[in-house]
Design a protein around this ligand. Structure first.
Ligand code: HEC
Length: 121
């Protein structure tokens, strides 16, 4: 099997599993779940898909981290640690900490899915 065939098979498999309601975080993203977490945590107050708000657009974040080996890790870290960030008006505050605990497997999977969703732009 060549790479293209393998990719096609992976996508077909992920689609099949998703249709069966089985999450496949390594193969496919659950965009609905990611969006739900994003909404529930008020991330949209400062981040929009395309436009900068108080924080950078998701597109900008994706551009910053896309293709980087540690991109996903850094994206997740930013959501869970409350690092100091600069808002668009120049004021500084601690970044919102998402209500998910990376130490819990289910939460860790949700974080990974959300990071993947943000970076998949
Ligand atoms: C009060 C406004 C605000 C809220 C709410 C907010 N953010 Fe942010 N976020 C920012 C700002 C400002 C930055 C830019 C940090 C910088 O570049 O210094 C940022 C940066 C980020 C980054 C990129 C970090 C980087 O290293 O460039 C990610 C990822 C992110 N936010 C995700 C989220 C998620 C997920 C949520 C919801 C849990 C969220 N943000 C809620 C303001 C916010």
């Amino acid at each position: 099997m060549n790479l293209t065939q393998f990719r096609k098979l992976s996508i077909a498999l992920a689609t099949l599993l998703a249709a069966a309601g089985i999450a496949t975080p390594s193969l496919a993203l659950d965009a609905d779940a990611a969006q739900a977490v994003f909404k529930k945590n008020d991330c949209g107050k400062c981040h929009a898909p395309e436009k900068d708000k108080k924080g950078p657009s998701l597109k900008k974040i994706a551009e910053k981290y896309k293709g980087k080996a540690d991109g996903e890790e850094k994206t997740i870290k930013n959501m869970v640690t409350g690092t100091k960030v600069k808002l668009d008006d120049g004021t500084e505050e601690e970044h919102k900490v998402i209500k998910l605990d990376p130490a819990k497997p289910a939460d860790a999977a949700a974080l990974k899915n959300l990071a993947g969703w943000i970076l998949a732009r």
